[in-house]
Design a protein around this ligand. Structure first.
Ligand code: PHE
Length: 486
């Protein structure tokens, strides 16, 4: 394009003025390209002056072109006649467009018909030679547009549909105020170099287009789960909770189950429900005096409990698994808390991944994120649990809660909500006292999944659209910020 623009400017310089059709011929470039180059020159300020010109031009029709190639219909009829004439019917059957050709050749006096011949009417040539004026005339039109063709001829050929008139706009170009043969593209940005060299004074700048859309900024995008997680985290922080370190997906059965007073025969500890690690298959370095107490409370009881009365085995507790809940971390944190010299109340939360050997379907994956809250203080009651959970869900915009008992080995009573959104309870003394927490300390805790509220929030009904290889990245890019109604 730039090259064509330069060529056009050089032609204008030479000719002072030129028509775009003429330029197209001179530069051997199609007219449309010349027009494009002219338009781009026009946008650069007053370099050229442009005027529209309406042109009419004659062009051969398809039939006209075939005459140009093969001769007129009348000439073809004439040429098809041998010296001794031809039967009219045969002539009419062999020559294309014979009807027109015959009548034209007759009126031109090129041929004659003898009706009284043997075998029917016979056609003879009447002149020695002919001049195919139609073909010659069409040649002129084809080469020169219209040339010196007379109006009569033009009208006749138009009537015979050998030529048609085409209208075409071309542009007459003259030099403008700022005519130059070297156009430089206007600059878009002022650069430090232009300032230091002073070239900005003479540089042409492209005017700003304030209507233009900005180029989209490339940024990272948070997955909806991360956005919702952030909202939950915010709620916990507002409520004065601090985050637990959940950066260990691999956990020992001891912390995941035994410490939580979950008996070793419990079905959740089966490979059908839990992923066991093969390498390293077992964990070690347990706090041994605490482990002894856990063993005791399981097998013979204590702290007012009769325990489960079975043969507790270290081998079972040593088994490494992918943690099935973040409550394993809560257990570690409570144990740690119990080791402090003096008890202090705590409010902990975590939001992280847990793993279960589930049958995969539209709402279940083998891993999900668990949201968990834990409060430890002296004299906490079921009322505190319900109050705290109420406050937590209120901040999510869920105000109408019902509490209903359900089973957890480690809490008492265990509660579930209508829609299975969360699970909660007060930790049993069999769990807290072996850790060494004071007798009057109670711990309330609750847990829910991050995926379910996210799916509701983002109207995603198949968990595979939210997590895993089938996630549409566009969904991640396009999804809005998460705002949980308050
Ligand atoms: N660990 C429970 C679960 O996985 C959640 C929970 C946490 C329940 C704390 C009660 C107390 O469903």
């Amino acid at each position: 394009m730039a090259e064509l623009v330069d060529k056009i400017l050089l032609e204008i310089e030479r000719l002072n003025e030129a028509d775009s059709l003429e330029l197209s011929r001179l530069l051997a470039v199609n007219h449309q390209s010349v027009v494009g180059a002219i338009k781009s020159l026009q946008s650069l300020g007053d370099i050229i002056k442009v005027e529209d010109v309406q042109n009419k031009r004659w062009e051969l029709t398809e039939e006209g072109n075939s005459i140009l190639k093969n001769g007129s219909h009348e000439a073809l009829v004439y040429q098809a006649i041998p010296n001794d004439g031809i039967v009219q019917a045969q002539l009419m059957a062999t020559v294309p467009n014979a009807k027109v050709g015959f009548s034209k050749a007759m009126s031109a006096g090129w041929i004659k018909v003898d009706k009284n011949c043997e075998g029917g009417s016979r056609v003879f040539r009447q002149v020695e030679s002919i001049k195919d004026a139609v073909k010659e005339c069409l040649e002129k039109i084809a080469n020169l547009g219209i040339g010196d063709v007379t109006d009569t001829e033009k009208n006749e050929y138009k009537k015979r549909k050998l030529i048609t008139e085409v209208k075409e706009t071309s542009y007459k170009i003259k030099k403008g105020e700022n005519f130059t043969t070297t156009v430089s593209k206007p600059q878009i940005d002022l650069t430090p170099e232009m300032i230091s060299s002073g070239s900005w004074k003479t540089t042409q700048f492209k005017p700003y287009n304030f209507q233009a859309l900005g180029a989209p900024v490339t940024t990272g995008h948070l997955h909806p789960l991360l956005k919702v997680r952030e909202q939950y985290r915010q709620i916990f922080l507002e409520m004065g909770f601090s985050e637990m370190p959940t950066n260990n997906y691999v956990e020992s059965s001891f912390w995941n189950f035994d410490a939580l007073f979950q008996p070793q025969q419990h079905p959740a500890r089966d490979a059908h429900d839990t992923f066991f690690i093969s390498d390293p298959a077992t964990a070690s370095a347990f706090p041994m005096d605490y482990l002894e107490k856990v063993k005791e409370v399981h097998s013979i009881g204590g702290y007012g409990s009769q325990g489960y009365k079975y043969d507790w085995k270290l081998e079972e507790a040593e088994k490494n698994i992918l943690r099935t809940h973040t409550t394993a971390v809560s257990a570690r944190m409570l144990y740690k808390l119990a080791q402090e010299k003096e008890f202090r109340p705590v409010k902990y939360f975590s939001i992280d991944r847990v793993f279960r050997n589930e049958n995969l379907d539209a709402t279940h994956l083998a891993e999900f994120q668990q949201i968990e809250g834990v409060v430890a203080d002296r004299g906490l009651t079921l009322g505190d649990l319900m109050g705290t959970i109420n406050q937590f869900f209120c901040k999510l915009g869920i105000t109408n809660l019902r509490f209903k008992p359900a089973y957890n080995p480690y809490t008492e009573p265990s509660l579930k909500k209508w829609v299975e959104i969360g699970n909660s309870g007060v930790f049993r003394p069999e769990l807290l006292l072996p850790m060494g927490l004071p007798k009057d300390v109670s711990v309330i805790a609750w847990g829910l999944s991050l995926e379910r509220p996210t799916m509701i929030k983002y109207a995603i009904d198949n968990i595979r659209d939210l997590v895993g290889p089938k996630v549409n990245l566009k969904m991640v890019y396009d999804n809005p910020l998460c705002r949980l109604e308050k």
